[in-house]
Ligand binder design. Sequence first.
Ligand code: ABU
Length: 500
Amino acid sequence: DFSSLHSKDLLPAKNGEEVTKHFLQELLNILLAYISKSLNRSSKVLDFHHPHQLKEGLEGFSLELQDQPDNLEQLLVDCQDTLKYGVKTAHPCFFNQLSTGLDIIGLAGEWVTSTANTNIFTYEIAPVFILMEDIIFKKMHSIIGWSEKEGDGIFCPGGTMSNLYSVLLARYHFFPRVKTAGMLALPPLALLTSTHSHFSIKKSAAVLGIGSESVFLVKCDERGKMIPKELESSIRTAKSKGLVPFYVNATAGTTVYGAIDPLNDIADICERFGLWMHVDAAWGGGLLLSKRHRMKLQGIDRASSITWNPHKMMGVPLQCSVILVQKKGLLQECNQLCAEYLFQPDKHYDVSYDTGDKSIQCGRHVDIFKLWLMWKAKGSEGFESQVNHCLENAEYLYYKLKSRKDFQLVFQSQPEHSNVCFWYLPTSVRNMPPGPERDRELHMVAPKIKAKMMEEGMTMIGYQPLGDKVNFFRCVFSNPATQKEDVDFLLDEITRLGRE
Ligand code: ABU
């Protein structure tokens, strides 16, 4: 009974060990029940409530904070309720996001990390984690195909931040005076990225003072892949406007279509024009672990920098994203400010392991351990079969959709990644001739189905418009727990909910 106990009774309270043990054991029971439920197909993915309902409080679950402490019993109920009203992203029928699933070893890694509760800026307070980072970076560099003399990296809080680093580094590489003299040291710059690329490239230009209007969006083919000739012509257009192009982002696994830009062709152009080539492989990086699929990223070794998010295709618990840089030492040069209270040069150990000054942050969460532990648990082979499994699910869905009259693929060819994009066609839409009227009707189908889907809570999938395409569903596979029966269930649900 925890109702008469409070947080002050837990360690470091005198004789607090027993209470702490029972409290954590009880919490573990709650988590275990939640995990089992998440993996149980007959349980819901979500129990949806509108924001005002959650704010008002539900069945004793109040988000408001009081002056008086709540007892431990109440805190356990709060933990339970927080999970209850959240979304079970580990559920085999959760298809809504690129990061899905729950790896138990990864979860254990996260617990160990939180228990260690350290900051990963210096070797003196994070010796083991810093060496693990070094090992993982070397592994990733060699998977990419960089030589032992090349390669550096840092963990970032998400792919957008990793992409921001790439722009920061590219700009520093060409205009090192920017670090001290600021914008006055720069000519008007231009960045290039495809129309299907992630918004983080524009955001980086905005954040770094280059301006989002300086980002040139290069046309893509019908599959969402950047057209190299269009890249060349955009570079020339930027130059003709008096801008200085310095950076090209190629995407390996676009967010919606999962398209992979032609990396070798883009690398040729970057070499010819002397531009920095970044590959945003936040989503596609995981394919490098599969012998069957890594060919799709041929040319990635020619990139100056790469974003790779193990929290996506590799299923590492959020967050786990890296920016990898081919040129050793550049991260340090670009970002270091040598704060004397933290990075003393006269420490008694090799201070090259005080890697924190490579970062634009000071305090940093330890994201390495769960990845390191998962790699140890699965080996590279385990990640490979996980990736292959997800792409097999995507292939299964693709062929299912191809054979049905009530669904239409957004593009006809087989997806390169695990994204499958499609429309559901209710009978009324199916009977309409192509044109703006049909598009208007079709645009409303996915949001209507999604709303019902969230109210009922048995599955979850995302939708969006893109370019001239009206709202369509995007199904993505990154959860190893998802099986073909879940794909069948998704299609049955869409059909049922979409029936007029
Ligand atoms: N950073 C892109 C994440 C998008 C998604 O999960 O759908």
